[in-house]
Design a protein around this ligand. Structure first.
Ligand code: 5AD
Ligand code: SF4
Length: 486
C-alpha cells in the first residue's frame, strides 16, 4: 500500500469520480486527456501555444524523471521552450544532496515569482528530492505562495493528475508521499537524446550512509521487475536507442527484494541479449555490494562499457566506519585490483567527500593515498555538507570550514593532475565512439563518447549523430581529445 502524508490538499471538486479510471497507468492517460482540454482553452484565450521548461538539478535519476515530466507535458500539448524566462510553465526538479543546491533553488524561485507577475498564464511547479523534506515545503507555503504545484519523488507518475487538479482550482496543489512501494509502468517519456537513454532499474536506497539524505527523500529500495526492464529496453532499441544507462542509487543490490530474487549481474546478462543494443552503462555502484559475479560479467561482456563509477567517499577506514560505508580502505583497493585484472584498461571514477565530521589531516592523507594508488580517470570531489536529519549532522567535531576548504583544494589539484595523466595514455589509439552532438564551440566538430566515458571532438557533421564510428585520438587536452574519423 502507498502511504500518503497529511500534506495532501487535492480538491476533488468538479471531478465526476465514476468516470475516472482507478487503475494505473490508465488513470494518468485519462488525466492527460483532461488536462489537454484545459490547455486548449487556455491557449485559445492567450492566442498562442503555451510553453514549458523543465530545469533539472542533481543526478541522472532526476534527469530521467524530468524526461517523464516532459513526456507528459508534450502529450498535454505544451510546447518545449529552452529559455526558462520565456516559458509559461516552469518546473524545477530539485536535488537536496548538498545544501548549496537548495539555496540555488530559492534564489531562482524569487526571480520566477517576479516573472509570474507579468504573465497571467504562468505556472510554477516544484518536485524532486528537496520537496521530500518537510521544512522545505513549510518554507514554500509561507514565503513562496506563488508556487502552483508541489509534489515529491514517489508520486511523480501522478503528474498529469496533479496538473489537472491545479488547472481546475485556484489553489496550490501539494502532494507529497513519505514513501511508496508502488512502481507505475508504461507512462509517456520524452527522451533528451534519440540514441541513448537512462533506464531505471531500482528506486530508493537502504544504505543510510551517515552523511546522506537520499534514503530519507527517495525511500526504501524497490527493484523493477526484470521483464519490465527488458521490455522497456527492447522498445527503446526499436525506437533507435543504441546505448542505455541502467539507473539506481545502488544498482549492485538490484533484485534483492523481488518476489523472485535475482542479481544485478544476471540482469546485465539479460540486457546484453537485447538485439540491436550496442552499449550498456550503469550508475551508481556501492563498493560493499560489488560482487565477483558482476566483475566476471563485465570481463566477458561485449556491450558493457569500460567504465565503473565506484564512490569511495573517504580513504580512511576510520572515517568510512563513521560514514557507515561497510568497507575498509584495503577492501576497496582489493576490489579495484580485481576489476582492473578482469577488465584491463577500464576507466575508474569516484566520489569523494572532504571534511566529514572528525576527519583529521591523517584521515585526509589516507584519501590522498587512495587517489594516488587507484589513479582515477576522474573524481567528483565534494565539501561535506550538513544535512539535517542525518546522523552525521549531529556528530561532534564538525571540521572547520577553512580546514575543509584547504583539504578540498589540495585534493582537487591531485585529482586533476592524475586524471590528465590518465587521459593522456590513450593518445594515438583508435577507438569506437558514439557520436552525441555538434561541438558547442566549433560547428565543424562533432562530439563523441568513448566506451570509457571520455569525450572526443572530431571533424564531422550532424548525419553522424547517434552512430558508432571509429576515431583516432590525436591530441589530448587534459579531460578530452581532439580526434579524426578513420
Ligand atoms: N555532503 C557532501 N557530499 C555528499 N554526497 C552525498 N551526501 C553528501 C553530503 N552530505 C556526495 C557523495 C555522493 C554524491 C552523489 O554526493 O559523494 O556519492
Ligand atoms: Fe540529488 Fe540524491 Fe535526489 Fe539525485 S537522488 S537528485 S543526487 S538528492
Amino acid at each position: 500500500m502507498e502511504m500518503k502524508d497529511s500534506l495532501k490538499y487535492i480538491s476533488d471538486a468538479n471531478r465526476p469520480e465514476e468516470e475516472v479510471p482507478t487503475e494505473e497507468p490508465q488513470r494518468q492517460y485519462y488525466f492527460i486527456g483532461r488536462a489537454r482540454r484545459h490547455l486548449e482553452e487556455m491557449s485559445k484565450k492567450a492566442g498562442r501555444p503555451l510553453t514549458f521548461c523543465v530545469t533539472t538539478f542533481g543526478c541522472q535519476m532526476n534527469a530521467r524523471d524530468s524526461e517523464k515530466l516532459v513526456g507528459i507535458l508534450e502529450q498535454v500539448g505544451y510546447v518545449e521552450e529552452s529559455e526558462e524566462e520565456k516559458a509559461d510553465f516552469v518546473i524545477y526538479n530539485t536535488c537536496t544532496v548538498r545544501e548549496n543546491a537548495n539555496q540555488r533553488v530559492y534564489g531562482r524561485l524569487g526571480q520566477l515569482g517576479r516573472a509570474k507577475k507579468k504573465n497571467p498564464y504562468m505556472m510554477i511547479g516544484l518536485c524532486g528530492c528537496m520537496m521530500q523534506e518537510p521544512h522545505v515545503v513549510e518554507k514554500l507555503k509561507k514565503s513562496y505562495r506563488f508556487v502552483d504545484l508541489i509534489f515529491g519523488t514517489h508520486n511523480i507518475y501522478k503528474f498529469a493528475e496533479l496538473l489537472c487538479t491545479r488547472m481546475e482550482s485556484e489553489r496550490t496543489v501539494i502532494d507529497i508521499w513519505k514513501d511508496t512501494d508502488k512502481i507505475v509502468e508504461d507512462l509517456p517519456v520524452e527522451r533528451k537524446y534519440p540514441f541513448k537513454s537512462g533506464v531505471n532499474i531500482m528506486f530508493g536506497c537502504n544504505n543510510f550512509c551517515s552523511y546522506c539524505i537520499v534514503p530519507y527523500v527517495r525511500g526504501r529500495e524497490r527493484s523493477r521487475d526484470p521483464k519490465a526492464v527488458i521490455r522497456e529496453i527492447e522498445r527503446l532499441v526499436s525506437d533507435g536507442v543504441v546505448e542505455v544507462m541502467l539507473l539506481g542509487q545502488n544498482v549492485n543490490s538490484y533484485g534483492k527484494n523481488l518476489e523472485e530474487p535475482m542479481t544485478f549481474a544476471r540482469l546485465l546478462k539479460e540486457v546484453e541479449q537485447v538485439e540491436g543494443l550496442k552499449r550498456i552503462r550503469f550508475m551508481t555502484s556501492h563498493p560493499k555490494d560489488l560482487s565477483d559475479e558482476l566483475i566476471e560479467v563485465m570481463g566477458h561482456s561485449e556491450k558493457i562499457c569500460r567504465h565503473l563509477h565506484l564512490p569511495i567517499q573517504s580513504g580512511s577506514t576510520r572515517i568510512l566506519r563513521k560514514m557507515n560505508r561497510q568497507y575498509t580502505k584495503e577492501h576497496y583497493l582489493e576490489l579495484v585490483e580485481k576489476i582492473r585484472e578482469a577488465v584491463p584498461g577500464i576507466s575508474l571514477t569516484t566520489d569523494i567527500i572532504v571534511g566529514f565530521p572528525g576527519e583529521t589531516e591523517e584521515d585526509f592523507q589516507e584519501t590522498l593515498d587512495v587517489v594516488r594508488k587507484v589513479r582515477y580517470d576522474s573524481a567528483f570531489t565534494f565539501l561535506y555538507s550538513k544535512r539535517s536529519g542525518t546522523p552525521a549532522a549531529v556528530m561532534e567535531d564538525q571540521v572547520p570550514e577553512d580546514a575543509a576548504k584547504d583539504r578540498f583544494g589540495r585534493l582537487l589539484d591531485e585529482v586533476q593532475k592524475i586524471s590528465a595523466e590518465a587521459c593522456a595514455v590513450h593518445k594515438g589509439s583508435v577507438q569506437e565512439v558514439l557520436v552525441e552532438c555538434r561541438n558547442e564551440h566549433d560547428a565543424s566538430l562533432m562530439t563523441g563518447r568513448l566506451s570509457n566515458n571520455l569525450l572526443v571532438h572530431f571533424p564531422g557533421d550532424m548525419s553522424l549523430t547517434g552512430r558508432l564510428v571509429r576515431v583516432r585520438l590525436d591530441e589530448c587536452k587534459g579531460f578530452y581529445y581532439i580526434g579524426s574519423q578513420v
